[in-house]
Design a protein around this ligand. Structure first.
Ligand code: SF4
Ligand code: SF4
Length: 334
């Protein structure tokens, strides 16, 4: 199910539990096969589950992400155990990363992540039981129940902002590990030519242009840290900065750099930015094709005027004056 539906189910489970007088709820995420069988086995041959451990079945626990882990804690679950099927280890490659990310996010909201998440990949039911009953302590925190709505990123943002506020987190920026899907791009504006190649390449709309002016804009909460802009930038002036910005500023579009439009020296039409044209001229002025006098002037013209000017030059080159008369045998005889 989508994350908002999952978190709504978890919010209901937590509410039923607390309404019935339960305290310090913990969550056990499991699948319908391995996990369910393991829980049945513990009930039949062992101590069963601790009273405060609430099981939650998913189609596959490999789909558990930082959004669900951090969201569950935000709703009030003190700990989250994930029961993994050891035969499907390959499916869980990202689960460890997701857990690290959830821990970093919680730490930034003022919630101590120690012992908060437990990934259980055990075949031995006794070992599973021992871990579920380990009684490891977790630090107290103030939950921030919320109604999960919208995209996974919007849901995560909503939950974390509430959790940070409830726990008096001071910093608005949470540093995240490399590869995290949140953050900003740092752009060396001294060397950015506002060519806007990165805008066309950005799949998330985090980098934007302004159709009315040469401007590069950025919206942090949309950035996936995919790195496509880094690979696309011809000037190599973009770098990634993984972080989670809790402030409202992350949800606004900020101006990164702007420039004056460059006007065609022939017709006056704006056709590029001053920086990008200067950059092209600087790069091509050493090229053998642009050594003749006035050749770089063409680079200051819009496409139409440049074509016109080039045709004018070709005509000049073709203009070799009056052609000599063809000489025939009669010319020599007369
Ligand atoms: S691709 Fe690079 S040079 Fe071009 S606008 Fe983006 S950051 Fe600037
Ligand atoms: S890292 Fe990806 S999402 Fe972020 S600005 Fe660059 S291209 Fe866009």
């Amino acid at each position: 199910p989508p994350i908002d539906a999952s978190l709504t189910s978890l919010a209901n489970l937590h509410r039923y539990y607390t309404d019935a007088g339960g305290k310090d709820a913990m969550l056990l995420v499991h699948d319908g096969q391995w996990g369910k069988e393991m829980i049945d086995m513990l009930a039949r041959y062992g101590k069963g589950l601790p009273d405060r451990l609430i099981p939650y079945e998913m189609h596959s626990v490999g789909r558990v992400g930082h959004d669900l882990l951090a969201g569950a804690v935000t709703l009030g679950f003190a700990r989250v155990f994930v029961l993994m099927d050891p035969r499907k280890s390959a499916e869980y490659a990202s689960l460890h990363q997701q857990t690290e990310l959830a821990e970093a996010l919680l730490a930034g909201t003022g919630v101590d992540p120690e012992n908060r998440f437990v990934l259980l990949e055990e075949t031995d039911p006794d070992a599973v039981e021992q871990t579920l009953w380990d009684n490891n302590k977790t630090a107290r925190f103030t939950p921030a129940p919320f109604v999960a709505m919208g995209s996974p990123r919007a849901v995560t943002r909503m939950g974390l902002r509430g959790l940070a506020k409830a726990n008096n987190a001071e910093a608005e920026i949470i540093p995240l590990p490399t590869g995290a899907p949140y953050g900003r791009v740092e752009i060396d504006t001294d060397n950015c030519t506002i060519c806007l190649s990165c805008v066309g390449a950005c799949p998330a709309g985090a980098l934007q242009d302004n159709p009315d002016a040469p401007q590069l804009l950025f919206r942090e909460d949309a950035c996936l840290q995919c790195g496509i802009c880094v690979a696309t930038c011809p000037e190599k002036v973009i770098s990634l900065a993984p972080q989670f910005n809790l402030s409202d500023k992350a949800m606004t579009t900020e101006l990164v750099i702007e420039d004056e439009p460059f006007h065609c020296t022939s017709c006056g039409k704006p056709f590029g930015t001053t920086k990008s044209i200067e950059n092209v001229i600087a790069k091509l002025s050493g090229h053998s094709m642009f050594q003749a006098e006035g050749r770089t002037d063409m680079l200051k013209m819009c496409e139409d005027c440049r074509v016109e000017a080039m045709f004018g030059q070709s005509e000049k080159m073709a203009d070799v004056g009056e052609r000599p008369k063809p000489r025939t045998t009669d010319d020599y005889l007369n």
